[in-house]
Ligand binder design. Structure first.
Ligand SMILES: C[S@@+](CC[C@H](N)C(=O)[O-])C[C@H]1O[C@@H](n2cnc3c(N)ncnc32)[C@H](O)[C@@H]1O
Length: 269
């Protein structure tokens, strides 16, 4: 597959079917937020509930259902392993990957990363804020986690950069944060948070390419474009693929093919 043809595009496809066609050593950063399938310990009926019923309690108008969230944890781990094996192949040496997860599936994800021979380097903590559901006699699960690492060694840019490993990006009513009513995907991530992660990607003469092959509403693609990075978005649900395509068209003003860094920067100035 010609990488240039996919740049700054949202492709409606299954991630694995897409990944196997990508050239080896072609991607500068992977940032994903796969379905967590965290109901894995629950009954088959609760796992297979429509995702709108499972996660869509924060607004009057229902979100579209998204696919792939009904596996138990053993099957999820088996499946995501094939995805990470492809990441190990398509990532360039010394490039970063980021993978969102919650506390229940975190151990399975860290095993997966290591099984794929990628270097697991740490966990960034995302504080989602006080709106998280309370549990009697227990602690709120108000944080999610971003497991990150590299393919091989860390990059060594001429000018080192330094980054915090904890991010406050509450989904709440405070100005500047993602408001529950503005969410267009039930598990949408705030652009501010994704932006923080992608800032570490070293810049080159041509825009580094960020791949999100579970792009949902396109929030990571927006963050990439806002930093002048190129992106490839893949999404299996046709409704969300369309939503992400529309989002990126409105942000980039119709620029849907490979755009030079200068143009992307100008659009976001
Ligand atoms: C957790 S959501 C991502 C939400 C996204 N980060 C956002 O901010 O909108 C995971 C997405 O992956 C998609 N998905 C599930 N299985 C997939 C597959 N095999 N290939 C591509 N996309 C898939 C789902 O439809 C869902 O939209």
């Amino acid at each position: 597959m010609d990488l240039a043809a996919c740049l700054n595009q949202v492709i409606n496809a299954d991630c694995l079917e897409f990944l196997v066609k990508l050239p080896s050593n072609s991607i500068d950063c992977v940032l994903i937020d796969s379905p967590y399938c965290s109901g894995g310990a629950k009954s088959l009926n609760s796992r297979n509930k429509n995702t709108t019923a499972k996660y869509g309690t924060d607004r009057a108008v229902a979100y579209h259902h998204f696919v792939g969230d009904g596996k138990d944890q053993r099957v999820w781990a088996f499946w995501i392993q094939s995805v990470f094996r492809q990441f190990e192949r398509v990532l360039k040496p010394s490039s970063y990957f980021f993978s969102f997860i919650d506390w229940r599936a975190l151990p399975a994800l860290s095993d997966t990363i290591q099984l794929a021979d990628l270097a697991w380097r740490g966990i960034v903590v995302w504080n989602k804020g006080n709106q998280a559901r309370p549990f009697a006699n227990a602690f709120k699960q108000q944080c999610e986690f971003i497991l990150w690492g590299t393919k091989g060694d860390l990059p060594r840019p001429l000018e080192p950069t330094y980054h915090y490993g904890y991010i406050d990006a509450p989904i709440n009513y405070v100005h500047g944060n993602l408001h529950p009513k503005d969410k267009i995907h039930s598990t949408e991530k705030p652009v501010k948070l994704l932006n923080h992660l992608l800032q570490i990607v070293p810049k080159g003469d041509t825009p580094p390419v960020v791949l999100d092959c579970f792009c949902g509403s396109g929030s990571a693609l927006e963050a990439a474009a806002s930093l002048g990075l190129a992106y490839i978005g893949v999404e299996k649900s046709p409704e969300y693929a369309q939503i992400a395509q529309k989002r990126m068209r409105s942000i980039l003003g119709g620029v849907v093919v490979s755009a030079p860094l200068a143009l992307l920067r100008r659009l976001h100035a």
